[in-house]
Design a protein around this ligand. Structure first.
Ligand code: ADP
Length: 400
């Protein structure tokens, strides 16, 4: 049974067609620079040459049309009719308190996603555009929304409330929501399988370290705390985002540099993190790592701060769960950088973490990277949000 997974950004549409029975990716690709000049369509069918085209796409509806045409194209296609697609799973960033699990999309759900867009305007509206474009082309195919925030809805009140007047929560639902939930859930599940344990017996700390980065305490299979907040700005130091900061810094810089709140938020979202701390070396971790290896003091400063913040959160979450059985690394940096994993684990000997340096040399592969004596295991798990979305979608439509 084939499930189409759609992940829409403001100017991109990523897709995968997955056979949920074999979990094989039949085709994957991306529509890039939608609504901008030089838009591009990449379509990679398993075992075939990649189609890579410069093709005009004025909006997400155009991209959907091109994608669906290619899926059924006699030469490049992988299915003979769109009826072979059993359902479409859409990634939706913010589900607020309304969605603690994935849901079949209907008019009420579309309205609720629109309402949640107040909390993540760019993301949710882009996700919604993808849903509407898809519904237009495939009106009879069931669609499921899978939310980045849903996995974290199990957090207890003491973890999700901010120390501000409670009336702001009551009036506006200002609280920590957390993101990357699909990834954290997938990695926690895979870790339990690798450790041959029931997830209900485990206390895990999942470090999703990509361009956006977050860390989650997963106790007995449930998220009990996570580093991102009302928005994906809180928590770890990221590619261009600051992570945690004293809000008074905004007032101070605003006063000194005559910037308004909107400009200051742009600084925190777009010119901070690794990019800002390295004095402009790069937001891309690979550039930072290359400069670090050459002894560049800007890159050393940025990388040290990045690692320190992760180690500090691991300590906090081990305390929050009164222990930890395993620490998991995932996403672009977590899956690939032996250097970051080693430098973070150097902070964790007090927990009884002992890295096996040879095993740590792997990239993008599931592996336990601690020695047999290590009290707390450290594992590398390549994330697979698309597969998780396909599984959730399949589960929802079989409940129909
Ligand atoms: P996002 O989905 O948030 O864009 P990713 O999970 O794709 O993020 O991670 C992107 C980050 O991973 C970038 O900083 C990139 O430099 C880093 N990365 C990707 N591949 C490697 C690699 N082989 N070694 C080290 N870092 C890598």
């Amino acid at each position: 049974m084939d499930i189409l997974v759609i992940n829409c950004g403001s100017s991109s549409l990523k897709f995968q067609l997955i056979d949920v029975e074999t979990e094989e990716v039949i085709v994957k690709g991306i529509c890039e620079r939608i609504g901008i000049e030089n838009s591009r369509f990449v379509f990679q069918a398993s075992g075939r040459n990649t189609v890579d085209l410069d093709i005009s796409m004025k909006n997400h509806a155009d991209s959907m049309k091109i994608l669906l045409t290619y899926l059924t194209d006699p030469q490049h296609g992988v299915i003979s009719s769109l009826n072979e697609i059993a359902a479409v799973g859409h990634r939706v960033v913010h589900g607020g308190e309304r969605f603690a699990s994935s849901t079949i999309i209907d008019e009420t759900v579309i309205k609720a996603i629109e309402e949640c867009a107040e909390l993540a305007p760019l993301h949710n509206m882009a996700n919604l555009t993808g849903i509407l474009a898809c519904q237009e082309m495939m009106p009879d195919t069931p669609m499921v929304a899978v939310f980045d925030t849903a996995f974290h809805q199990t957090m207890p009140e003491e973890a999700y409330l901010y120390g501000i007047p409670f009336s702001y929560y009551e009036k506006y639902k200002i609280r920590k929501y957390g993101f990357h939930g699909t990834s954290h859930a997938y990695v926690a599940d895979r870790t339990a399988k690798i450790l041959r344990k029931d997830s209900k017996e485990l206390k895990l700390i999942v470090c999703h370290l990509g361009n956006g980065a977050s860390i989650t305490a997963v106790k007995h299979g449930k998220s009990v705390d996570t580093s991102m907040g009302l928005t994906p700005l809180e928590g770890l130091i990221m590619g261009t985002r600051s992570g945690d900061i004293d809000p008074s810094v905004l007032e101070y810089i605003g006063h000194k540099e005559h910037k308004n709140l909107e400009e200051l938020m742009k600084v925190l979202n777009q010119s901070s993190g690794l990019l800002g701390l390295s004095g402009g070396v790069s937001s891309d971790f690979r550039d930072i790592a290359t400069a670090y290896e050459k002894g560049d003091s800007n890159a050393i400063r940025a990388l040290n701060a990045f690692n320190y913040r992760v180690a500090k959160y691991i300590g906090a979450y081990a305390a929050a769960m009164n222990g930890v059985d395993a620490i998991c690394f995932t996403a672009g940096i977590g899956e690939n950088s032996a250097l970051v994993r080693e430098l973070i684990c150097n902070y964790l000997t007090y927990l009884g973490v002992f890295l096996d340096h040879d095993k740590n040399e792997i990239r993008g592969k599931e592996q336990i990277i601690t020695s047999d004596q290590s009290k707390v295991k450290v594992v590398v798990i390549p994330t697979n949000e698309e597969l998780m979305i396909a599984r959730e979608t399949y589960q929802k439509i079989t409940e129909l």
